[in-house]
Unconditional design. Structure first.
Length: 342
């Protein structure tokens, strides 16, 4: 018996590029910069490199990171002492993120214990690791002027950060890709954004009561900002992460959950980013009043969140972390050539 010959179609070729969404045009917030940027950036990098035994390659990467520029655009009206602490924290956070990429969940827990003890017991606890000692250095400067509420929110959100990063490390070890809802919840903490929101209070000497900071509209504004910063970061960092086989990225999550091809997943996440900006704008219009004095502080805080949205978007193309030296070109063309797998 003869069977008809059938041709088996070859698998579609793997994509070689993606087109990222135009998020910059969707955000019309004013982009501002701090006049102390150069001094803070320079002194902060000296602080970061001191005693770190970092290779020249890692030092070059930190120069290309331009964390000082990100800090200056996200805290544009901060006085120099506050900007410097925020800059130190930002560089420290990126340094910690680089370290955690190579950590198991146990290594993450050990580091977390050292850092959290430093935050809760700055006078009595002696850190074991360099990142813990660096924590003590910027924390002792921060608590000189930060309100008790801002200090508590910083401590609590750093605790959430380490819990989430530990879960992320476990997922990475086990090859787990979470569903979208779980990923969003976890990503709001792994991003490290929440402590940065407490730094808005610190940077501008705000004394906002807990009942204000826990109001649903204030919480929603923080979440919308966090979502935009982190989801857009997942788009911008996808190329580097896919080359390393890292699956903790929203694009990977929606590809798996909704059976999308790569470009469709990028577009899907891009739409969610635009919706996050729209949510922020709507919630900003719906702010309640707590009286003239509190309202003025709330405006400063919410303006600080808006600075984070627009600042992080523009910085992503200035930094060399995601697009090497091609950031300005990618910002214009929005085309990203995919890197080969390592």
């Amino acid at each position: 018996m003869q069977f008809p010959l059938t041709s088996i179609a070859p698998p579609p070729p793997s994509p070689t590029k993606i087109v990222i969404p135009d998020l910059v045009s969707h955000c019309d917030f004013p982009l501002r910069n701090n006049r102390h940027r150069k001094q803070a950036s320079s002194e902060c990098k000296q602080w970061l490199f001191r005693g770190g035994n970092l290779s020249q390659r890692k030092k070059d990467a930190f120069h290309g990171l331009k964390a000082g520029l990100l800090t200056a655009m996200c805290y544009p009206n901060a006085a120099y002492p506050q900007l410097r602490v925020c800059c130190d924290f930002m560089n420290w956070l990126f340094h910690l993120d680089n370290l955690s990429d190579d950590m198991t969940d146990r290594g993450t827990v050990r580091t977390a214990v050292d850092i959290m003890n430093t935050l809760y017991h700055p006078k009595s606890y002696r850190a074991s690791y360099r990142v813990g000692k660096m924590t003590g250095d910027y924390w002792r400067r921060l608590i000189l002027t930060a309100s008790p509420g801002a200090q508590q929110r910083f401590q609590e959100t750093m605790d959430f950060f380490f819990q989430a990063v530990t879960q992320q490390a476990q997922d990475r070890q086990n090859g787990v890709v979470p569903d979208l809802e779980s990923y969003i919840s976890l990503r709001r903490d792994t991003s490290g954004c929440k402590p940065c929101w407490a730094l808005i209070e610190y940077a501008y000497n705000l004394t906002l009561p807990d009942e204000v900071m826990e109001h649903p509209i204030i919480v929603a504004l923080g979440e919308a900002t966090n979502d935009l910063v982190t989801w857009s970061n997942d788009i911008f960092s996808f190329n580097v992460e896919q080359s390393k086989g890292d699956t903790h990225n929203m694009i990977v999550v929606v590809m798996k959950q909704y059976h999308l091809d790569l470009q469709s997943a990028v577009d899907f996440v891009g739409t969610m980013c635009k919706q996050a900006i729209d949510r922020f704008c709507q919630d900003r219009k719906d702010l309640p009043s707590w009286g003239p004095e509190i309202d003025a502080q709330v405006k400063t805080y919410v303006d600080g969140l808006a600075d984070w949205i627009v600042g992080s978007l523009h910085w992503s193309f200035e930094s060399e972390r995601y697009f090497a030296k091609l950031g300005p070109e990618v910002k214009t063309t929005r085309v990203v050539d995919l890197l080969p797998k390592r």
